[in-house]
Ligand binder design. Structure first.
Ligand SMILES: Nc1ncnc2c1ncn2[C@@H]1O[C@H](COP(=O)(O)OP(=O)(O)O)[C@@H](O)[C@H]1O
Ligand SMILES: [Mg+2]
Length: 250
């Protein structure tokens, strides 16, 4: 199966990347029942969609179950059967995945995650271009800025105000993000050829790193234009132009 599940199983085969993947299954009545019981909170995502479309979050509290849908409001249920029935009705027979909710670190009271941009240069070699933090919009469950209403800041700002007030720790986390991104791109060559990859990571409240998604083919460039400092955005455009020019000659 391609899509999110395909990428998940593909990256589970790498011993180092596997450690960064949150527990994930194909959505079924059984997996929903099991994961919500075990983790108390799960993300349910359409296997083939992007940009936050169709994502849901199910949460178990002491008395009830809640289901939050992106831009579609909330539902409450008195028991798990009712939650399952509703999810089944929404998802019909389309493939979805279900995943443990990562307790995302917060910046000024809002969850955020991290996008790392990797591109092939004119020598066709993967290179690290830049990173940013996507802060979620008010009461949103996704960090996709256009659909979720959030905003972008630098990773330094986000880490400083959350899990890494010390400069040394920030540096270490950023180094790990870059190193891991090279590994992800190298491995991706076996999946298919791509010339630009945007990788979504989460940092949890304890400062642990998780891999959320690998966006290939058309990762957003415009996202980086949202930072006040346009240097990464300009580097993206420059790198792309040089890559395409060199490719024309190859
Ligand atoms: N397991 C999770 N725990 C916490 N937040 C998540 C989880 N999965 C997704 N999210 C949030 O939802 C956003 C969209 O999920 P993602 O898997 O990237 O789907 P899409 O392809 O629609 O962008 C992520 O960027 C992140 O902010
Ligand atoms: Mg995404």
């Amino acid at each position: 199966m391609p899509g999110k599940w395909g990428l998940h199983t593909f990256y589970s085969k790498d011993r180092k990347i596997r450690r960064l993947l949150p527990k994930t299954k194909v959505l079924s009545k059984a997996s929903l029942r099991k994961l919500i019981k075990r983790y108390g909170s799960v993300y349910i995502k359409p296997n083939m969609e992007h940009m936050g479309k169709g994502i849901m979050k199910a949460v178990k509290t002491s008395k009830k179950y809640k289901l939050v849908r992106v831009n579609k409001g909330k539902h409450k249920f008195s028991n798990v059967q009712k939650l399952i029935r509703k999810v089944k009705k929404i998802t019909r027979n389309k493939p979805y995945i279900i995943q443990k909710t990562i307790p995302l670190a917060h910046y000024r009271g809002r969850s955020y995650d991290i996008r790392v941009m990797m591109m092939r240069n004119k020598q066709d070699k993967w290179t690290y271009i830049g990173m940013l933090a996507k802060v979620m919009g008010p009461s949103s469950i996704i960090s996709n800025i256009r659909r979720g209403g959030g905003y972008a800041i630098t990773v330094g700002q986000a880490l400083k105000k959350s899990v890494a007030p010390a400069a040394r720790k920030r540096k270490k986390l950023k180094r790990k993000l870059i190193k891991t991104s090279y590994r992800i791109c190298k491995r991706f060559n076996r999946y298919k050829y791509s010339s630009q990859i945007g990788i979504d990571y989460a940092v949890d409240k304890r400062g642990r790193l998780w891999l959320i998604e690998v966006n290939f083919d058309f990762p957003s460039h415009g996202l980086f234009a949202r930072l006040p400092d346009k240097s990464i955005y300009r580097l993206i455009k420059r790198t792309r132009a040089k890559y395409l020019k060199a490719k024309g000659r190859r």
